[in-house]
Design a protein around this ligand. Structure first.
Ligand code: AMP
Ligand code: GLY
Length: 471
């Protein structure tokens, strides 16, 4: 069934050097209870913190941000979370006897926090730096996909603007121009015309709109079709494919306006049929983990494939090496197992042994954003109605960009302020619950999309296979 996870046991060659996992703690039982450090500051991390806090195995949870949602569950780390001063975090972990570090966002993952912080007695739930290139270096990811015949848009990478422009001018079809590095989800420009593609290349490489992320540019064929996000848990040998989500990246209703980190997501999405999910597993996820292994890289953590369902089948738009935000919110709202045990199992190659449990009901998350997002969000605005929204049954409100003012009131402190997730027997009910909660919350200039999951619901009664969903 498309709505529940599927687990696959992958082949691993006994003589392969990578059969030996990177972490020396591989077969050692972890002490219980366990102190956990959660790195990250947003709604995704709040959702993860909730899950971790439910574990009977958790001794103390440490968090790295002043997000009041996180502070309600964990204690604030008092050292910088910075790769340049990573020794301070190492000392902190030694002092506080941290047994597990869970890393949410892409930046610390791609900077190699897992490599730096894992020790004999400390596991890190995050892929290693080499694996994180899948997200942090789109040119490398494209090469890897090409070498493993993983379906993706045809693309070329360029280090010089003139060459990229000449290539774009030689193409007849619509193109997409991407900064190859990490650009907070903003470094992708979808172009209708050749002139737009040339302009996009100039923005990336000459105006350096995305900074160093745009040193290399990818010029790729523009594909058409609905998009899904398929996330899998990978422990180095086993892969558990989670039910597909749909993210809504554009700011405004109808899929218009600037790209954002994500304005809402729901899970499962009805367009991801069993057949599509099997293809994604067989043609994308397993070959990717295998291709990494051939490069000498053992993948452990969350592998996120952003996919377009083209007439020729699912094709990769991008890989992320972490839970998506906001996809994590509806996904984790459905997880009823022990998240801490799940993270440990992934770190230790024991995904096949861990007991997982999922709420079969769909979940829908609506992001409440501050006016000005994604360019210059307004901060310091008092948020009202949060308590009432949290009291609703089958509703979870995750703090993303909030803080408290001097009077102790919740105020906006970022672009994406809150993630409001509803669960229901149907997607329609989940969505209605989320919106009911949104209507109880108020702050000046609060903006949110009114159409999260609405096309999926509208098309559920028609032919879902031929539906194009505007996200
Ligand atoms: P990405 O961050 O690579 O997932 O790209 C952000 C968004 O740009 C995607 O969700 C798509 O809507 C769009 N996009 C990226 N690559 C392509 C492509 N090759 N064809 C069409 N749309 C694309
Ligand atoms: N929601 C997309 C991302 O997390 O990159």
């Amino acid at each position: 069934m498309a709505g529940l996870p599927m687990i696959f046991f992958m082949q691993i060659e006994p003589n392969e050097p990578n059969a030996v996992p990177r972490s020396p703690t591989y077969d050692r039982p972890m002490p219980e209870p366990l102190n956990v450090l959660l790195i990250g500051s947003g709604g995704r991390e709040h959702a993860m913190a909730r899950g971790l806090a439910k574990s009977p195995r958790l001794a103390k949870l440490w968090v790295t941000a002043d997000n009041p949602g996180l502070l309600a569950i964990g204690s604030r780390v008092d050292v910088p979370v910075d790769i340049k001063e990573i020794y301070r975090l190492e000392q902190f972990c030694d002092r506080e006897n941290i047994g597990l570090i869970v890393v949410g966002p892409e930046d610390p993952i791609s900077e190699g926090f897992a490599d730096k912080l894992a020790t004999d007695s400390r596991l890190v739930f995050a892929p290693c730096k080499a694996a994180a290139r899948l997200e942090a270096d789109k040119a490398w990811a494209k090469d890897l996909m090409r070498s493993a015949s993983i379906p993706t848009a045809e693309a070329r990478a360029f280090a010089y603007a003139e060459q990229a422009i000449a290539y774009a001018q030689s193409r007849e079809n619509s193109l997409v121009v991407k900064a190859a590095g990490l650009a907070k989800g903003k470094g992708v420009i979808v172009c209708d015309t050749q002139a737009e593609a040339v302009d996009a290349i100039k923005r990336v490489m000459i105006a350096e709109e995305f900074g160093d992320a745009g040193r290399t540019v990818i010029v790729e064929e523009r594909m058409k079709g609905p998009e899904i996000s398929v996330l899998a848990l990978v422990d180095g040998r086993n892969i558990m494919v989670l039910p597909a989500c749909q993210d809504h990246k554009r700011l405004s209703d109808g899929g218009v306006g600037p790209n954002t980190g994500g304005m809402g997501a729901y899970c499962p999405t009805p367009i991801a049929t069993d057949e599509i999910m099997e293809r994604v597993e067989r043609e994308v996820l397993v070959p990717t983990v295998d291709a990494l292994r051939r490069e000498g890289i053992t993948y452990r953590g969350v592998l996120y494939a952003g996919l377009m369902l083209t007439p020729a089948g699912p094709k990769v738009l991008e890989f992320n090496v972490r839970f998506g935000d906001p996809e994590a919110q509806p996904l984790l709202a459905r997880y009823q197992g022990d998240l801490l045990e799940l993270c440990l199992a992934i770190c230790t190659g024991k995904l096949h042994e861990v007991e997982t449990a999922w709420d079969p009901r769909p979940a829908c998350c609506v992001v409440l954003a501050s006016e000005g997002y994604p360019v210059k969000p307004r901060t310091g605005l008092v948020i009202e109605g949060l308590e009432k929204a949290c009291e609703l049954t089958d509703v979870v409100v995750d703090h993303a960009g909030t803080s408290r003012n001097k009077e102790g009131k919740f105020v906006t402190n970022g672009g994406r302020v809150l993630g409001v997730t509803g669960l229901g027997d149907t997607l329609e009910q989940a969505r209605a619950r989320a919106y009911e909660a949104c209507e109880l919350i108020r702050f000046d200039g609060m903006t949110y999309r009114r159409d999260i999951a609405s096309q999926a619901i509208a098309s559920a009664s028609t032919d879902t296979n031929s539906t194009t969903i505007e996200v």
